[in-house]
Design a protein around this ligand. Structure first.
Ligand code: ADP
Length: 639
């Protein structure tokens, strides 16, 4: 747990408290003879708003102590919020304090618990301000990282770091992985875990249609932008000619076609060889993850901005959390030593070779790890570092007031690896290309993967964009609508396909998504002209049936929006992915400005740049992080 400011708690408590009080539970009668103690003994319940809805606590007091704190109801994200859900109640009771540190990475959940408990304290006649001033914590963490030597040190415990650590260990290296937050996962944990790869087996039943064929033809007709692009196009042309001659009717795909789409989506600024490394190895990585505990769905689809039906999802929940959990288990089983709350501060180098790292361990002590085979930077992007966003934004998309936009990134995404890389003269590429995610639910809830059978509609009830467009186009489109927001509208078929009924019901109950039996009632509930919404959805349904590109250029269609009840989710763009970063080669070695390898330094995942160009294809981040993580581990272990 990191230090928190007590003043901030007071403010948060005021803001977050939604329905505190309510008095003691009917079953728990306050003990009348406890008047002289600090509290009126009994059990009290209160709730405060967490990230995904109310967090309800039940607190039992004796006359002079907080005896028990229980979380009785919450809908916080599993995994991310776990350290707060278990740690904060324990700490409150252990230290008899409300001055408990919020868990970094789960600050909103922590503050909600503290605010709700504070309400119970007040209800029980206790002194909230005095309890906030009681110090909590301070004892030493057992087993914190000490100064040591290892073959490979991996910095960062998201997808790239975990796959690098696992592959290095599987290739015979001794490995330490450090994560600066109290939980593993990073952005990989938070994402939907979509994994794009060509996969003839799973794509066997995906159909081809006129709109998809015209996409292939149009990219093949694009003028050459480099010799590497020309060679890639020639490869795809050959495959396309063979495909057409074969008379096949299922989806056309190949690593090269995936690469060409990735290059095109990034406006031909990505490094063709690096993209080819990614798309050629992605299927292998998918199988390797399968061997190491990830369960993949048998179907592939198109997640937002993915452009083609090659997005794989994990089972049972379609989430990055499942990839992180499997990799953590596999890494621990392969003897990777994992240290949480441990932050790499700087690189140690000798004669131009990186030989280790100086870190702050879980007890706040400075320690040094020497890594004889190398250091792998897997620290993620800088989406949660407003200064870096403001500094680099003008070099790329130049989004207006980017530092004022929210982000859906992990608090750990502060660009540390980029700063460390710069200290040893690493080259940076594409730093200004910053991706906004349009499909970011304002309520924090939502229906995951809404795109295939969903219409994006503005407050006026009109569609304004092709829902299967590139993410930068979707973000730009959304930022120019009323209140910089839009609604995803879908029907019962789509909603229940994407989410369990109980989860939908809970979100409706907490006001996180809107549901209505008819489109007119849905429109009324979200202050939209009903006739406009009805006309828009009727036209959308005609387009689905026609299966041809529409006036916005939408090409991928699935189901109509016809079967009530209907759902609306409000979305607004946030900072999502920073496409620039350290330049690496196909072996995940970090390069300097002269294109020379910086010995002993490797990098993978969002900390690197050069693959996605101006715009990352949805569903390409996870294969990027995991494929180059795997390569980095193999390369470092082989030194
Ligand atoms: P990727 O997809 O590239 O793996 P993630 O965001 O999933 O990126 O993971 C990056 C992880 O690195 C995050 O969990 C973040 O907290 C961690 N991290 C960032 N900087 C440091 C650092 N200096 N020391 C240790 N861990 C770090």
């Amino acid at each position: 747990m990191k230090k928190r400011r007590l003043a901030a708690l007071a403010v948060c408590a005021a803001l977050l408290l939604s329905s505190c009080g309510g008095g003691p539970k009917e079953s728990a009668t306050p003990t009348p003879d406890a008047q002289e103690g600090a509290y009126t003994a009994g059990t009290y319940e209160a709730s405060a708003d967490g990230r995904n809805g109310p967090v309800k606590v039940s607190v039992t007091f004796t006359a002079d102590a907080i005896e028990k704190v229980e979380i009785v109801e919450h809908s916080e994200s599993a995994g991310i919020s776990d350290p707060a859900i278990t740690g904060i109640p324990e700490a409150i009771v252990q230290y008899q304090s409300l001055g408990v540190d919020a868990v970094s990475g789960a600050t909103i959940t922590s503050d909600a618990i503290l605010a709700a408990v504070a309400a119970c304290v007040e209800e029980a006649g206790g002194d909230v301000e005095a309890l906030k001033a009681v110090p909590a914590g301070g004892e030493k963490v057992e087993g914190a990282l000490e100064t040591t030597t290892v073959d490979v040190l991996v910095v960062g415990g998201g997808g790239a770091g975990l796959s690098a650590a696992l592959s290095a260990a599987q290739n015979g290296a001794s490995v330490i992985l450090v994560e600066k937050l109290p939980a593993l996962g990073g952005n990989t944990y938070r994402c939907g875990g979509a994994f794009n790869t060509y996969d003839p087996e799973r794509q066997a039943n995906n159909p081809m249609d006129e709109a998809l064929s015209s996409t292939v033809e149009s990219l093949l007709a694009h003028e050459d932008t480099s010799p590497e692009h020309a060679a890639l196009k020639a490869d795809v042309q050959k495959q396309w000619d063979e495909y057409k001659a074969s008379g096949r009717t299922n989806l056309f795909d190949s690593p090269e076609w995936h690469a060409l789409q990735t290059l095109d989506a990034g406006d031909y600024l990505g490094n063709v060889e690096q993209i080819r490394t990614l798309t050629t190895n992605a299927l292998d990585t998918l199988h390797w993850l399968g061997e190491n505990g990830v369960t993949w769905s048998d179907e592939v689809s198109t997640v937002i901005g993915a452009l083609w039906n090659r997005s794989h999802q994990t089972l049972p929940k379609a989430s990055g959390a499942e990839i992180v959990a499997a990799l953590e288990n596999a890494a621990r089983a392969a003897n990777v030593q994992i240290f949480l709350d441990t932050k790499a501060e700087s690189l140690v180098s000798e004669n131009g070779k990186v030989t280790g790292t100086v870190l702050t361990n879980a007890n706040g002590e400075s320690v040094t790890v020497k890594a004889s085979k190398g250091v792998i930077l897997a620290t993620g992007g800088f989406g949660n570092n407003p200064e870096m966003l403001a500094k680099y934004n003008p070099e790329g998309n130049n989004w207006e007031n980017i530092e004022k936009l929210s982000t859906n990134n992990t608090p750990g995404a502060t660009g540390d690896g980029i700063t460390m890389g710069l200290s040893v003269d690493a080259n940076l590429v594409g730093m200004g290309w910053i991706q906004l995610m349009a499909l970011n639910s304002i309520s924090g809830g939502g229906i995951s993967g809404m795109i295939n059978s969903t219409a994006f509609v503005n407050q006026e009830g009109q569609r304004y964009v092709a829902e299967d467009e590139r993410r930068d186009v979707l973000a730009e489109g959304a930022l120019s609508q009323t209140n910089q927001m839009f609604y995803g509208i879908c029907d019962n078929k789509e909603a229940t396909l994407r989410m369990a009924q109980e989860a939908l019901d809970a979100q409706v109950q907490y006001g996180m998504i809107t549901r209505a039996d008819t489109l007119a009632e849905l429109a009324e509930a979200i202050n939209m002209p009903a006739d406009a919404l009805e006309a828009t959805i009727a036209e959308f349904n005609d387009l689905v049936k026609a299966g041809k590109p529409d006036q916005f250029g939408r090409r991928t269609w699935e189901n109509t929006i016809e079967e009530g009840p209907f759902y609306a989710v409000a979305f607004t763009p946030v900072v999502h992915h920073t496409m620039g970063g350290l330049e690496i080669n196909g072996s995940a070695e970090v390069l300097n400005a002269e294109g020379q390898v910086i010995e002993g330094l490797y990098a993978a995942g969002e900390v690197t740049g050069g693959i996605h160009g101006t715009n990352r294809v949805g569903g390409n981040a996870v294969p990027d992080a995991l494929t180059f993580g795997k390569i980095a581990g193999e390369t470092a272990a082989a030194k």
